[in-house]
Design a protein around this ligand. Structure first.
Ligand SMILES: [Zn+2]
Ligand SMILES: [Zn+2]
Length: 425
């Protein structure tokens, strides 16, 4: 009896699936598109009236900031979807990871994607889990080959393996990585990249002759941290095609930690990775359109939520920026939009963040969450959430496919014959 009911249910489900596959327009019939699975939570607000995390709204009360009252205002769809075109004069900044260690399903490790109207893309940090968000944006992987690392804490670089693995026909050119030198050679970005390549040796060797290996290289672009000084607070470390990227030191434990400022077409974005608040970083971020800076919960809450001793929580918190201090940073830098990110963005942490920020700063602020989209033009800044496809296929590259030549298959070290002889043909 039980079996026959199960069989009936299975047949019913199978017929439903077949109906959908055969249908010309199954999406409409179901009234569900893959992207709609993105927001699993029903919209709700905190006691102070801010949108709750993961409900499809940016966590702010000001989603549109007008820069130029006589300028053009552009209307955007309610949600960003990957098929949306970027205006040729616009900058689009998307949060690929807003979280902390430990990585959570609702918040990947730190990462930001900056897309420019000239077709170029720049990735800033690649924390664990962030590549899932990145691939869901439907951008050809070959066009995601420029990574700028603020520092090599694992919550900022833990996603480098899946980014590096965009091989085969996806990206046949090296992954280009920028970062600072360290106090000694082993602490710099060149050593980090070499170690990633070496750790991937089994992976790369096994695929020789199967797929092109041009993508399994990392081109490290290390800039000299020792050149920074009071008189030389920033270095121009990227200057191509009208895009300028400056690096400047931030106060985060060791030499080598930097923030970045990208400028193009009169539009700008600063991202500072991790830091205790300094007026130095605020000065380097003055007048920027969008300033994404870390923000940390208070030590007692951190200790309680993470089940850790209070003195340890206090040590960690002291290396970061509380919301009230972030407000002070924003008061000096005066960004058009401030972003508090790298935060434990939970239902009960949103109001305390804004209380802290508002004690020292009154300007527009949004709290970072994964897939927050910020469109920047000369006239306005607009915040929305992206609705992306969790099962996105990688689209073909628009530009060069790079080197598709195959290397010779490695004959040494292959699976032994006593195993291969038993293949089921
Ligand atoms: Zn860090
Ligand atoms: Zn961090």
């Amino acid at each position: 009896m039980k079996n026959s009911i199960l069989l009936a249910i299975s047949l019913l489900m199978l017929s439903c699936v077949q109906e959908n596959i055969n249908s010309d327009d199954s999406k409409i019939e179901n009234n569900i598109t893959p992207g709609e699975y993105r927001f699993e939570r029903v919209y709700g607000e905190t006691p102070d009236g801010y949108p709750l995390p993961l409900t499809g709204k940016p966590i702010t009360k000001q989603t549109v900031i007008v820069k130029n009252t006589e300028g053009l205002t552009k209307e955007y769809p309610e949600y960003f979807t990957p098929d949306e075109e970027l205006g040729s004069e616009e900058m689009r900044i998307t949060c690929m990871g807003s979280g902390n260690p430990p990585v959570r399903m609702g918040q990947a490790g730190s990462s930001w994607l900056v897309q420019l109207g000239n077709g170029e893309n720049f990735i800033f940090d690649v924390g664990g889990g962030s590549v899932l968000n990145l691939w869901s944006m439907g951008i050809p992987m070959a066009e995601l080959d420029k990574l700028f690392v603020t520092h090599t804490h694992l919550d900022h670089v833990g996603g480098i393996f899946p980014l590096y693995d965009a091989m085969g026909w996806a990206r046949n050119t090296p992954l280009r990585v920028w970062g600072a030198s360290g106090y000694n050679q082993s602490l710099g970005i060149s050593a980090f990249c070499k170690n990633i390549e070496e750790a991937s040796n089994w992976h790369s060797t096994s695929k020789k002759g199967i797929v092109p290996s041009g993508g399994m290289r990392i081109e490290a672009n290390e800039f000299d941290y020792s050149l920074f000084s009071k008189e030389n607070p920033r270095q121009l470390i990227y200057n191509e095609n009208g895009v300028k990227i400056y690096a400047f030191p931030v106060d985060h434990l060791l030499q080598g930690a930097v923030g970045y400022r990208i400028e193009w077409n009169g539009l700008s974005f600063v991202y500072t990775g991790d830091s205790v608040p300094t007026s130095f970083e605020a000065e380097q971020s003055k007048g920027v359109d969008v300033f994404a800076h870390e923000m940390f919960i208070d030590a007692p809450t951190f200790a309680e939520k993470n089940s850790m001793p209070l003195p340890v929580a206090e040590n960690v918190v002291s290396a970061h920026t509380p919301p009230s201090k972030l407000g002070e940073i924003f008061s000096i830098a005066k960004p058009t939009l401030g972003v508090g990110t790298h935060y434990f963005t939970n239902d009960d942490t949103v109001d305390p963040a804004f209380k802290g920020l508002r004690s020292t700063y009154e300007g527009p602020v949004v709290i970072g969450q994964d897939l927050l989209v910020i469109n920047v033009t000369r006239d306005q800044i607009v915040c929305r959430m992206a609705m992306t496809d969790k099962l996105m296929w990688a689209p073909p590259a628009k530009s060069s496919d790079g080197n598709q030549e195959m290397e010779d298959v490695t004959s040494e070290g292959r699976t032994p014959s006593f195993v291969t002889e038993t293949r089921l043909n």
